[in-house]
Design a protein. Sequence first.
Length: 280
Amino acid sequence: MSSLDAVLAQYEENTKTTDTSNYMSQEERMQKYFACILLQGESQGQRRVRILPTKDGSSPFKEVWYHEIQVAGKWQKFYDPGKNDNERSPLNEVYEELMSTGKETDKELARQYRSRKFYIVKVIDRDKEHEGVKFWRFKHNFKNDGILDKIIPIWRQKGDITDPEKGRDLIIQLVKSKAPNGKEYTSIQTIMHDDPTSLHEDAETSKLWLTDELSWEDVYSKKPVEYLEAIARGEVPRWDGELGKYIYGDDETAEFGGTSKASLPVDPQASMEADEDLPF
């Protein structure tokens, strides 16, 4: 291929019309995200949710692995392409490198880069039914006292709670708890079940929810490998609206919001339910 051909091919690739049929604004994305989080000033509260059945009869709880890394002072979740798709994962590479040194300090730091299992389930938020289907993401609990561990007993006792005609809503009781560092976060105290009921009294609304093609992959973003590489280097990628892409740099002052990797704080809820669970 000549230089001219290469340039023209590059130009054609970069000027292709972007498919925006599945584009979702940040506001629309947030509406599709079910979060059990108490607002400021609330010490307790209640949420009601209905888990939707899958079309093929498989488990509605999808297992997905995420990293939890602090970037620019905020804890964020990043899709792990290694464990999920068997593809290259820069954050896993950092984890494995730190673990290989044998140093206790490196092992402690490595915890920040280890991905963890989450469950994602398609639901209807009974308090905001007008927003349609949503997705609830929560962490697997190795102590067997997590959210899924509270739901399964209801399933065993009452049968398929996702049944469109005789399933059950879940009633989630929330309370404010404190982490060892004194920071408050929302925790789920109990999950109860309501009486059997149809998904919705209007058959057309039920059909609309049951046939909705939106998947969790449409809602939860997957960052490109370049983004994960930047995070692994301690950088804070910046979104350039004019260029329509992330900008990466080696500004040392941008490392995890101004802190060095060595002083990266340990997430006080590394083995607990997160107090802030954003979809990006």
